[in-house]
Design a protein around this ligand. Sequence first.
Ligand SMILES: [Zn+2]
Ligand SMILES: [Zn+2]
Length: 283
Amino acid sequence: VLRLGEMSIEGYSVAGEETWFRIHPPGIALDVGRGAPTLTGSRDLFVSHGHLDHALGIPYVLSQRTMHHVAPADPESVSRPVTRIFCPRAIAEGVAALVLACERLESVAYRHEIVGLDPGDRVDVGRGLAIEAFSTDHVVPSLGFHLLRRRRKLEEEYRSLSRDELVRLKASGVGIERESEEIWLSYCGDTGPGVWRLAPRLAESRLLMIECTFLGDEARQRGTAYKHLHFEDLVDHEADLAGHEAIVLHHLSRRHTLGDLRREVETRLPRLAPKVHLLGAAS
Ligand SMILES: [Zn+2]
Ligand SMILES: [Zn+2]
């Protein structure tokens, strides 16, 4: 679990094993791994792509949520919240088939909805927050997700006034604030370095969650072949990473340890190091 200001990021991520995160607020899942118990608290699941280390948990989470919410005497209760699964449009049919197979196995109907998204599509997730999908650079249809927050900001011209003066102005009906929208967090899922070109708004994100699968010379070609990020790609994009308040690296291959990655960050990206957080298996 990482706490960054008001944001809590709970998760687990090892390349090829599983990757899932719970982001609070608003309590959504970003990928679902092979199905983590923590995720059963999430109504909205955002799945970046169909690789099973990110998506297999969909039926597990639906099954758990159905068990927790259905009283045996009232299986059709409409009070059950509908679990919403958002995924790249190209895989929505495959996800529906996977879920249907599991419903048949369990003789249960999960209360759910599967929504295919295209880059640029937006979903309201409550508390003034929304998700916007963006294109990423992977070997199968894939999306990343921006978490957008609407905030009210004081208009420039009123910033020097005292609290009392502001209260007085507001009471007299003067519009002293302006609504603005910021990218609070961006989650890139699995991606190669094309993501910076495909998603130019990444730079605006306050908190960036980005993968780093490979380290070292012998793994250099692997990132290119499998469309994952190698640590050298982060070094190449140091300038793009400079503006984020925090950077969370995840999805490290099992051939490396978090200690190896921490050393690379400290020696090769010393200026970024204080704001780089690592999420993965304990090591
Ligand atoms: Zn992966
Ligand atoms: Zn993948």
